[in-house]
Design a protein around this ligand. Structure first.
Ligand SMILES: Nc1nc2c(ncn2[C@@H]2O[C@H](COP(=O)(O)OP(=O)(O)OP(=O)(O)O)[C@@H](O)[C@H]2O)c(=O)[nH]1
Ligand SMILES: [Mg+2]
Length: 447
């Protein structure tokens, strides 16, 4: 065995030197960035990469491989077989640990605290000493090195014990197919790994590792990793003013109609509608038609001041729902207008409505685009138009915003449900949408 620390300006350069000196089988034990001593009292030292590498060489081949060129005594074929066996088993143990935590050049490139130092020439010259003679100097030295290597690997592993991303190798083998299921559902690889690691952490030693038990754990991890807000109104005396914003055509007005119908017809709450969407005549008429059918008031506000006047005028209503014109998250001017319009001097709960059919990167862009508007909830529509819910899940997880409702079709008011973590987990794991329990079920469709 040989352990050596190399310094180079770049990782590529360091790896090239390691390969030249120790051969392609060398294992990287640690990497870190250090300041090289400058010539002037250590000043102006350059940042260099310091890599500690080890090689488990076979002395019978070392001369041909030249791995330890100039650093081993010649004629080094004297290692006792027992040494090698002992050494190999130590290495195997070490590499088994290494496997479990998925150590590689890549994964070791994060910050760590290596303790490696270059060992002195590890192989004694041929002595003829007996392998099990613990007094033999070569045995003592090698045994120390093996112990040292073990300690080194353990120390090196420590930062991996609290990784950001956990290797699938830590999961029960039966769980790895869930990784593929999650990725197929549209989760990014890293998110899928994190969810599976969370699922694995919920399993106790000795737990049943059947597919059913693992699926339950994955389901729980998925459900737990998103926030949900519950229905708009919970307590009987609760009052709220809710404004919906979002990109064009995602279903804002339809969702408002569903909510208005549900709270009016099923929950017998007093509801008022206000629209700030005077962008298209048809938009006003659309909401007016719903208001008429449901039997609620509907006001059209052209300005912020008018909106505030209407909110005050309808202050007896338990629920005031405000519709807005759709704005593309990339339409900066439109978003500025919207931001100004919705900055009302009145407590508002703002729901950003997004379509589940949108890919994750655009969803993230959508949330970023709306960043100037204080968003309190996410509401997803068009779940019936897709089978991939990974984007939706990924956004909920990364944004940390609570999910309010899921819209599952065009029918007013039936196709709307209060969002639940379990439901989202079902969807991600591929349960068919038809099993959706609709909050508004039982409300007679009037439109
Ligand atoms: N399949 C499906 N269609 C929906 C859903 N929600 C709304 N829609 C349909 O999407 C279309 C647009 O709905 P709107 O409610 O007008 O959308 P909007 O966001 O108000 O649109 P703008 O005001 O123009 O920005 C309509 O045809 C709706 O019926 C849903 O959950 N699933
Ligand atoms: Mg609309």
């Amino acid at each position: 065995m040989k352990i050596k620390t190399f310094q180079a300006l770049t990782m590529t350069e360091a790896l090239r030197t390691i390969k030249e000196e120790l051969g392609a089988d060398a294992v990287i034990l640690s990497t870190k960035s250090v300041k090289q001593q400058g010539k002037m009292f250590g000043l102006f030292g350059r940042a260099v990469v310091e890599v500690t590498a080890a090689i488990d060489f076979d002395p019978r081949q070392s001369d041909q491989q030249g791995h330890t060129k100039g650093e081993r005594p010649s004629g080094g074929s004297s290692r006792q077989p027992q040494f090698q066996e002992s050494f190999r088993s130590s290495m195997q143990q070490a590499s088994a640990r290494t496997d479990r935590v998925s150590v590689s050049q890549e994964t070791l490139s994060g910050p760590r605290t290596p303790t490696a130092t270059m060992s002195p020439d590890p192989l004694p010259a041929e002595t003829g000493g007996r392998p099990h003679d613990h007094a033999a100097p070569e045995w003592t030295q090698l045994a120390q090195e093996v112990r040292g290597l073990r300690d080194l690997i353990e120390t090196t592993m420590q930062p991996r014990r609290a990784p950001r991303r956990v290797s699938l190798k830590r999961l029960p083998p039966a769980a790895t197919h869930f990784y593929h299921d999650l990725v197929r559902a549209g989760l990014e690889g890293g998110t899928a790994e994190e969810v599976l690691a969370e699922a694995a952490s919920m399993l106790q030693v000795g737990d049943d590792e059947s597919d059913v038990a693992l699926r339950r754990a994955v389901h729980r991890a998925l459900a737990r990793s998103i926030k949900v807000s519950g229905p708009l109104l919970s307590g009987n005396d609760q009052k709220k003013t809710v404004i919906v914003v979002g990109p064009t055509g995602v279903g804002k007005t339809t969702t408002i109609a569903k909510l208005a119908a549900h709270y009016t017809l099923k929950e017998q709450r007093s509801v008022s509608l206000i629209t700030l969407d005077t962008y298209r005549v048809a938009a006003v008429e659309q909401l007016r038609m719903y208001a008429k059918v449901i039997g609620v008031t509907m006001d059209v506000a052209l300005t912020k001041r008018e909106a505030l006047d209407f909110i005050r005028r309808r202050s007896k209503s338990e629920l005031i729902l405000i519709d807005t014109a759709g704005r593309s998250p990339m339409d900066e001017a439109g978003l500025r207008d919207l931001r100004d319009l919705v900055s009302l001097d009145h407590p508002l709960e703002t729901h950003l409505v997004l379509s589940a059919t949108t890919r994750e990167s655009d969803l993230v862009g959508g949330v970023k685009g709306y960043a100037g508007i204080p968003i309190n909830r996410l509401l997803f529509t068009k779940l019936d138009e897709t089978r991939g819910y990974g984007g939706l899940f990924g956004l909920l997880r990364t944004s940390g915003l609570p999910l309010s409702y899921l819209s599952t079709g065009q029918n007013v008011p039936e196709d709307l449900e209060v969002a639940g973590g379990e439901r989202v987990a079902d969807l991600v794991l591929g349960s068919p949408l038809k099993h959706v329990r609709r909050e508004t079920e039982g409300v007679k469709r009037e439109a």
